[in-house]
Design a protein around this ligand. Structure first.
Ligand SMILES: Nc1nc2c(ncn2[C@@H]2O[C@H](COP(=O)(O)OP(=O)(O)OP(=O)(O)O)[C@@H](O)[C@H]2O)c(=O)[nH]1
Ligand SMILES: [Mg+2]
Length: 476
């Protein structure tokens, strides 16, 4: 393994970090991991129990009440709860001490400072989890799942991340890897030991095994699109001419007065972004400036930004005002979205102000848009909103493969490795159909095993590890 060297160096250190988010809170946790943890705790913790004990006498994984004092001076720093967790049954597989201080910037930082002075190094982002990985308690896909669990913004994404955390991906990848390794051995053995009379595996048999593996890799890759949606959310752009009610709809969906709403045309100038959940999916809603012919520099910049965002959206909510006839601003909007029609962007056509007398010519709109699937709403009366939300979910999920249960690939690094495996496997299968030499097959199989190992972090290099762990927060 390429990471042995790093593992040794890291293991000699005792590290410390504040594991709770910065700022004022109920509690603030200072966490230490490494050989000096319990010794440092003994120098700063005064137990307040009936029988006064020292941290090295504490039972593992049990909470003790006491105070933190400045060593030497005896000055009181905080009233705390302290837990000693002895290796190996800990997050990092090293001795861990956790100190629950009163929340607040100053107190936890003072405790951190003292622990640091007594010999614990300040931990890097994700270093506790890195230790869990280096000690072999979790594989890389599980470490990545921890970040995903922390960052999950919806139920479905959390469920999928937890599945990875419990080793779901590791199991599937290890299984694939074992089968391909077995096959490599079967191919190489008769070549390596020609006098042992080992029977060569037939091409037909090799193809059968590889086709089964390719089928499974394809199945995993088919979940990527859904995985991305779960993880990143769906960029949803609200478009329409000025005053059509974009900001009103944005606020209603978010259930808060986020954007300014006025009867004046051109109220919204900036793009305003907020997330919301519908049926367990995260929609990143973006309120925009009204589409119109720009009359000044501000409107020019606003429209430029809308155009830039259109490139990254997955769904457009295109709004029209039912209480007004179609006008040149609507025509500009229709022209704008026309160029996106062939790009697989979902559009939901929303007709707003259904509470007012209808002046819009729906037949004409239908002709211009080439579609008649309109959702009629009134933001003012809060009518039609459920239907709109249902439509948004339907549009996003239509045409993508939704795995019933189990493993979903949402991590780009995993996807890239799997794509390489898919590519090499399918080339190999077609080469075998043409009858190539088996010793080349073994080389390809080793490459595939290497890519599969990368996913679970068995042969991954330091650069990739650093990239993975730098995404963590400090103290995790
Ligand atoms: N009658 C009626 N008025 C509405 C409805 N939705 C919004 N309005 C009103 O329409 C006006 C414009 O609403 P906004 O939400 O600011 O419209 P906008 O599209 O964001 O406008 P710009 O930011 O200027 O592009 C406000 O006076 C709203 O109260 C509706 O369903 N019915
Ligand atoms: Mg607005």
């Amino acid at each position: 393994m390429k990471n042995n060297k790093m593992s040794k160096k890291d293991k000699e250190d005792t590290i410390v970090a504040i594991s709770t988010p910065p700022g004022i809170g109920g509690i603030g946790i200072v966490r230490m991991s490494g050989p000096l943890s319990i010794e440092i705790a003994s120098k700063i913790f005064l137990h307040q129990g009936k029988i006064k004990k020292k941290p090295h006498q504490f039972r593992s994984h049990q909470i003790y009440y006491g105070t933190i004092i400045k060593p030497g001076e005896g000055t009181l720093l905080d009233e705390v709860l302290l837990t000693v967790m002895r290796k190996p049954k800990t997050y990092t597989r090293e001795d861990i001490v956790e100190i629950n201080c009163h929340g607040g910037y100053l107190v936890v930082n003072k405790v951190l400072e003292i622990v640091n002075k007594l010999g614990a190094r300040i931990a890097e982002a994700g270093e506790f989890t890195k230790l869990a990985f280096l000690s072999g308690r979790i594989d890389l896909s599980q470490a990545e799942a921890i970040i995903d669990v922390i960052k999950s913004s919806n139920e479905k994404s959390l469920k999928s991340s937890l599945y990875h955390l419990m080793g779901g991906l590791r199991e599937r990848i290890s299984d694939l890897k074992d089968r391909i390794t077995d096959l490599t051995i079967k191919i190489e053995a008769p070549l390596d030991f020609p006098d042992q009379g080992i029977i060569e595996i037939e091409n037909k048999e090799i193809k059968k095994i590889l086709k089964k593996c390719l089928f499974e890799v394809n199945e995993l890759l088919a979940t990527v699109e859904y995985g991305q949606i779960l993880k990143e959310g769906i960029n949803t752009l609200i478009l329409g001419k000025t005053n059509v009610g974009k900001s009103s709809l944005f606020n209603l969906l978010l259930k808060k007065e986020r954007s300014i709403v006025t009867p004046m045309a051109g109220t919204t100038r900036d793009l305003i972004e907020e997330s919301m959940n519908i049926k367990g999916l995260t929609f990143n809603l973006i309120d925009t400036a009204g589409i119109k012919i720009p009359e000044n520099i501000i409107e020019k910049i606003s429209l430029k930004r809308v155009n830039q965002y259109m490139e990254f959206a997955q769904i457009f909510l295109v709004m029209f005002d039912m209480s007004l006839p179609l006008d040149s601003q609507d025509a500009t909007l229709i022209k704008e979205i026309e160029s996106f029609h062939n790009r697989n962007i979902n559009t939901v056509i929303v007709l707003n102000k259904n509470d007012l007398p209808t002046k819009i010519d729906e037949a004409e709109l239908q002709k211009k848009l080439g579609q008649s699937d309109f959702i009629r709403i009134s933001v003012k009366k809060r009518a039609g909103i459920d239907k709109l939300m249902e439509k948004m979910v339907d549009k996003v999920l239509s045409g993508i493969n939704i795995p019933e249960e189990g493993l979903i690939i949402s991590n780009k690094r995993h996807m890239e490795c799997l794509l390489k495996v898919q590519n090499r496997l399918s080339n190999l299968i077609s080469n075998l159909e043409e009858g190539i030499q088996t010793d080349f097959v073994a080389m390809d199989l080793k490459y595939i095993v290497g890519q599969l190992s990368n996913i679970i972090g068995e042969s991954v290099d330091n650069e990739i590890l650093n990239r993975v762990f730098s995404q963590f927060c400090i103290g995790k």
